[in-house]
Design a protein around this ligand. Structure first.
Ligand SMILES: [Fe+2]
Ligand SMILES: [Fe+2]
Length: 135
């Protein structure tokens, strides 16, 4: 069973960004499924790495759009991306060094880490992007 199911409640009203968020949700679900199936460390580590790489690219995509459209809340939003990136990189490091294992708690952390950001900070840019003709 998927940990996160995409619904319209996640939509930020910009098609390309919704697609990227769907891919992030897919990767977290893939990690969750692999964990539940008892997959080994290298499999889980590989998925975690893909999740981090995709996240960094996705944040960069949003930030380039902020710059292009002079988004007034850009600085606050970029700071949130930086702290989310640090959190997930710290998690991956702990995991790689064997100090941590993937548990339901870690998955719950990742679920909240992503969904709170999309439903909070990301949804705040919808009206701004729409006013610039981006949807
Ligand atoms: Fe986002
Ligand atoms: Fe964001």
């Amino acid at each position: 069973m998927a940990l996160i199911t995409w619904t319209n409640a996640f939509s930020v009203g910009v098609q390309e960004i919704d697609m990227q968020h769907q891919e992030l949700i897919r990767l977290i679900n893939e990690l969750h499924d692999a964990m539940r199936a008892g997959k080994g460390g290298s499999t889980l580590g590989g998925i975690l790495k893909r999740l981090i790489d995709y996240t960094v690219n996705h944040f960069g995509f949003e930030e380039r759009l902020f710059a292009k459209t002079a988004y007034p809340e850009s600085a606050v939003h970029i700071a949130k991306h930086a702290s989310l990136t640090r959190e997930v990189q710290a998690l991956a490091l702990k995991y790689e060094s064997g100090q941590s294992v993937l548990t339901i708690d870690v998955m719950e952390f990742l679920r909240a880490w992503l969904t709170d950001h999309i439903k909070g900070a990301d949804k705040r840019y919808t009206a701004h992007f729409h006013s610039k003709g981006i949807r």
